[in-house]
Design a binder for this molecule. Structure first.
Ligand SMILES: C[S@@+](CC[C@H](N)C(=O)[O-])C[C@H]1O[C@@H](n2cnc3c(N)ncnc32)[C@H](O)[C@@H]1O
Length: 357
């Protein structure tokens, strides 16, 4: 049973076990269970009258079961941290050539330090960078460089329904919004990424952008999006052909797939399956050549498939920073030969492919 315990902006909320300052969220207490958030109701409302409306047949139940059963051990701590973010409206929003909310002059020095302290508790920050009231969240990845390789080759996003499968913290979603998409939806099961996204959304409550904590395998066949992105996910999938079908099933006829993944050099018959680890990552399954990947996409039924970019990942694009102070790419490459991973495989090479449904 779910009991509603509080609503609204800046209202103090008390229950037997929690005292929280609600910010841009509503809170629910599932009796006998964990604290839950109500971030997704706004999304349900927005899609009710849209080509995505049939998602409502399954999504609310999936989210309810996620709230009940799958909360991360730090979930309550994270919600408390989010609720402490100050209520400040940024004087400007820039999503065109970076993700920037507000300037240092919008905020006191004290509040700026407070925001840094709170956001650092969501480390590691991997995907970004974000600029918030003069704070530079210098993430492990220069995700903006990936966007610069992708964006020139895709259909304009203006007025399109856009899905980003495996969206991480949502960096690229904000850039998609900057291209005037009608609605941007991210699907990613990582709860830390969801918190990082909600931290940014706290300062920009735009109702056209939503991150849902669901995996690709939970998506029904919506056949409704104008553009589907999936960047940095295919090599993590045990069954990449099924994954391509899942992506295709989200697109309307004539819609566009934008796929970015690790590849290797080679021809139609070349696919690398690494051993237990690739560049220290455990969950890497298939690295096809661009020719093999093109063939996979043809077999799945995509048309007009184009390889629009191939680029090695540089040590400047993925590196440790003050916001991600663990190991990074330089630790994952062979110290004597940076063209190889530490396991002896070809170093990371990434391709962008664009295709039509
Ligand atoms: C390498 S990151 C890529 C993030 C971002 N798209 C980018 O290009 O920078 C891979 C992402 O896939 C997400 N992921 C893992 N399993 C997934 C699943 N079953 N469905 C959707 N996303 C998944 C991870 O949580 C992670 O955010």
């Amino acid at each position: 049973m779910v009991s509603f315990i509080g609503i609204g902006i800046g209202i103090g909320i008390f229950s037997s076990s929690y005292k929280l300052e609600a910010s841009n969220s509503q809170l629910l207490l599932i009796s006998g269970g964990p604290l839950a958030v109500n971030w997704f109701n706004d999304f349900y409302k927005h899609i009710a009258d849209s080509p995505l409306s049939h998602w409502l047949e399954v999504l609310p139940a999936q989210i309810a079961s996620w709230q009940k059963e799958q909360q991360h051990g730090d979930f309550t701590k994270w919600i408390k941290l989010l609720s402490k973010l100050p209520e400040i409206t940024p004087s400007s929003i820039n999503l065109q050539n970076k993700v920037e909310f507000g300037h240092a002059s919008d905020i006191s020095e004290y509040a700026q330090k407070q925001v840094v302290g709170l956001l650092k508790q969501f480390m590691p920050w991997r995907k970004g960078p974000f600029h918030l009231f003069g704070i530079h969240i210098d993430t492990e990845w220069r995700s903006d460089w990936k966007w610069d390789r992708v964006q020139p080759h895709i259909q304009p996003l203006k007025n399109r329904y856009v899905l980003d499968v495996g969206c991480g913290s949502g960096y690229h979603m904000w850039r998609m919004l900057g291209e005037e998409a009608k609605m941007v939806v991210g699907a990613d099961p990582s709860q830390l990424f969801l918190m990082q996204f909600q931290a940014m959304k706290h300062f920009n409550t735009d109702s056209r952008i939503h991150l849902l904590p669901v995996g690709v395998e939970q998506l029904p066949e919506l056949k409704a999006f104008d553009t589907v992105f999936s960047m940095g996910v295919l090599y993590h999938r045990r069954s990449p052909i099924d994954f391509l079908y899942q992506l295709k099933n989200q697109l309307r006829k004539g819609g566009e797939l934008v796929l970015e993944t690790l590849v290797v050099e080679g021809n139609e018959t070349t696919v690398l399956m690494p051993g237990e680890r690739y560049a220290q990552m455990r969950n890497v399954w298939y690295l096809p050549s661009t020719a093999a990947l093109t063939l996979w996409m043809q077999r799945v039924g995509f048309k007009n498939i184009r390889v629009v970019d191939v680029a090695p990942t540089s040590l400047e694009e993925q590196r440790a920073t003050q916001w991600m102070d663990g190991q990074s790419l330089s630790d994952f490459l062979d110290p004597n030969d940076q063209s190889k991973t530490i396991e002896g495989y070809p170093a990371p090479l990434r391709a962008v492919l664009v295709a039509e449904c």
